[in-house]
Design a protein around this ligand. Structure first.
Ligand code: SF4
Length: 232
């Protein structure tokens, strides 16, 4: 699975010069999981992060790690722009239905991960991510490294996940517009995969996903390959 590789390259190029701290994954540093949805009231919060949060999967090697570009949670107050990108190595799944299901399963992880005092707020746009951070949690040691380690632990509960690199970006001069564009493109690739798995329309000229298939190597072959595998 290499459909998202060019986007991964873009993220790495964009983030690399901004990285201020890097950590190896360490289970022992994972933040507490509250186990269920929790509410952090505005009066309890020290900051509100808002921006983009998305995953990009690949079958190329990814080493577990947490990277921070900009201030960590103990230095952020009030409203702040932010992005979280998870680059995730998965087993090379040849069956497109299984690959699509795996990508969806990975996406759902963020809805089942509840770092105590770090309230991830969902939106109808799956790439938008807003987080309300409790002052008490930061005072007792919560930082991006701890939250990242918990997320890595959760992703790795999925047997096909081999490696997870998480980048938290808070530096104001980061190109957040480009990150949003990359997130949208990643989502368009996933939607195209869904179409390939579920649709028997093979007329590229009338297909509204043509732009993606024109750009992402292997997409068109995947659709027509799945056609012949299905005996159509
Ligand atoms: S291969 Fe053609 S029909 Fe299939 S998703 Fe791509 S553009 Fe659409």
């Amino acid at each position: 699975m290499h459909f998202y590789d060019s986007l991964i390259e873009e993220v790495n190029t964009l983030a690399a010069p901004l990285i201020t701290s890097a950590f190896s994954a360490d289970k022992g540093k994972a933040w507490r999981d509250a186990g269920c949805n929790q509410v952090v009231l505005q009066r309890e919060s020290v900051c509100e992060l808002s921006g983009t949060g998305f995953n990009l999967v690949t079958s190329s090697a990814v080493e577990d790690g947490i990277f921070i570009a900009g201030d960590d949670l103990d230095r952020i107050k009030g409203e702040h722009k932010f992005a979280r990108v998870c680059i995730i190595q998965i087993d090379d799944e040849q069956d497109e239905q299984k690959a699509y299901n795996l990508i969806r399963k990975i996406e759902y992880v963020k809805y089942h991960c509840f770092p105590d005092g770090y309230m991830i707020r969902t939106s109808s746009n799956a790439q938008r991510e807003a987080v309300r951070v409790a002052g008490k949690a930061v005072d007792s040691g919560m930082d991006f490294n701890a939250v990242g380690n918990l997320l890595i632990e959760k992703y790795k509960e999925i047997p096909s996940v081999r490696g997870v690199k998480i980048i938290f970006i808070t530096v104001p001069q980061a190109d957040f517009d480009s990150l949003s564009r990359i997130a949208e493109k990643g989502d368009a690739i996933t939607k195209t995969l869904n179409h390939i798995v579920n649709t028997v329309n093979f007329d590229c000229d009338t297909c509204n996903l043509k732009a993606i298939c024109d750009e992402v190597e292997g997409m068109r072959e995947l659709h027509f390959g799945s056609n012949s595998r299905n005996g159509m």
